[in-house]
Design a protein around this ligand. Structure first.
Ligand code: TRP
Length: 460
């Protein structure tokens, strides 16, 4: 097969693959987004729906993506076309890959801006701003709040940070840094986990852990709206980096003999644990300081500095913490830039460097929309649909529309279009476990997504 020669790269081991995929999955979605959307959507019931979506929809869709990538051994659109051809089906299914590229492009335009916030916070923490604010407990929360507002309304500061982030990502992608990235992730991911767990224990001691635990795990369905369920579903895709072709790309590099079932479950569990720990690190502080769980995108940036400010060596640990977030975000930024870059290389026959620059510049221009949204510029205010600004619109469009839509197509493609024996061969499963996965892909995933989706956008 000619496609077989298109990717000759393989991960060096099962471990390297799991780590790289976990690196792409764990990012701002876990530490920044999950805690605040849980707060906006009422806590426990939202968490339960999110966990169900990961288990019943996210994991099977991830397996499907990896299977397609591994079987096709090439970039997403080609891999899909290859697998479709093998099953005697139309190559038009490769459009799923295109939806993913578009979603990745749009997501990166605001993701890079938020990564920039984290970068700025490395310096705030390093220069002792948090401990200075904590000197007066009476005004502490206000000062920290003002610091945040000042940052996100400063167009020039945000532009500097997101520009640096994108330049670094373009550099890395144009070099194709498999080695550097693999090594970096090997150290960064465990360090991130250790720091997060440390902060969680610290929060448990100084904050209101019981309230946080109750908020996250006490299921009260009256707090959940259908809109909230869609947010949980969309976030399951976002946090696992699904429906963007990334898992197909990584699957294409999968060495022979690695279990797709086991590795997918491992990656999903690791990602979920990081998100839950982030929640348990942030919420005790939120409740102990009377902050609003529904504070939105600023939640992480307003609660964590309060903890660090009053902690021994807090400025130092806080600096480390935000550095870790920057790294967690950066590994995702790189993976996100990879998909439009690979697309341009394949479709427009550009060189890797040129493609990375073209995609990066496009994303940079679009990132201005999010930057100006935070600054409250009039032109970013949208009157149509749900109101809000362009940032909120891009976030909604990607997480709640494009990703679930991609998820429906991928599960239908894997469940109905390709031959079941291909699935079976790649999963190395027989009997009941295989039937369960087939049922999830054929019925549960597409119908579940469709129901939530249609309900939330008002069709049902
Ligand atoms: N999963 C990442 C996070 O939680 C965000 C993300 C979504 C992503 N899609 C991606 C990262 C594709 C890399 C590639 O922050």
């Amino acid at each position: 097969m000619s496609t077989d020669t298109q990717v000759s790269n393989r991960w060096s081991s099962r471990y390297a693959y799991v780590l790289a995929a976990t690196g792409a999955a764990v990012g701002l979605g876990n530490i920044w987004k999950f805690p605040y959307i849980m707060g906006e959507n009422g806590g426990g019931a939202f968490v339960l729906v999110y966990l169900l979506c990961i288990l019943l929809i996210g994991i099977p869709v991830m397996m499907a993506e990896v299977i397609i990538g591994k079987r096709g051994r090439s970039t997403p659109a080609n891999a899909i076309a290859h697998v479709a051809a093998e099953s005697g089906r139309s190559s038009h299914w490769s459009l799923i890959g295109t939806i993913g590229v578009i979603a990745g492009f749009l997501i990166l335009s605001f993701y890079a801006v938020i990564a920039g916030w984290a970068a700025a916070y490395v310096f705030f923490s390093g220069s002792g701003e948090f401990s200075a604010a904590a000197a007066d407990p009476a005004t502490n929360a206000d000062v920290i709040g003002a610091l945040f507002t000042e940052l996100i309304t400063s167009v020039s500061q945000l532009m500097v940070w997101s520009t640096l982030t994108l330049i670094a990502a373009i550099y890395v992608i144009s070099k194709g840094v498999k080695k550097g990235l693999e090594t970096a992730i090997t150290y960064l991911m465990p360090a991130l986990l250790v720091l997060l767990v440390g902060i969680m224990f610290y929060s448990a001691v100084v904050g209101d852990f019981a309230a946080a635990f109750n908020f996250m795990f006490h299921v009260d369905f009256s707090q959940l709206t259908i809109e909230g369920a869609l947010v949980a579903l969309g976030h399951a895709f976002f946090t696992l980096s699904l429906a963007m072709g990334i898992m197909m790309t990584y699957g294409a590099y999968l060495p022979k003999g690695v279990s797709i079932v086991k590795t997918s479950i491992t990656i999903a569990i690791a990602d979920t644990i990081v998100a839950l720990i982030a929640g348990l690190a942030i919420y005790p502080i939120v409740f102990a300081n009377g902050l609003e769980p529904s504070a939105g995108p600023g939640l992480l940036f307003q609660s964590i500095p309060l903890a660090f400010g009053s902690m021994p060596y807090g400025d130092f640990v806080g600096t480390l913490f935000f550095i870790m977030i920057v790294f967690a975000a950066f590994t995702s930024v790189i993976a996100l830039l990879e998909s439009p870059t690979a697309y341009l290389v394949e479709r427009q026959k550009m060189s890797r460097t040129k493609a990375a620059i073209v995609a990066g510049v496009g994303i940079w221009v679009l990132s201005l929309c999010s930057i100006y949204s935070f600054a409250g510029a009039e032109w970013t205010k949208l009157s149509f649909g749900m109101g809000g600004d362009i940032f909120e619109f891009l976030d909604y469009l990607t997480a709640n529309i494009l990703l679930p839509l991609g998820g429906i197509f991928i599960s239908i493609f894997a469940g109905w279009v390709i031959k079941p024996n291909i699935l079976q061969e790649e999963l190395h499963l027989t009997g009941t476990p295989f039937v369960i996965i087939l049922i999830l892909l054929r019925f549960v995933a597409p119908i579940g997504i469709l129901l939530v989706f249609a309900n939330a956008i008002g069709l049902l």
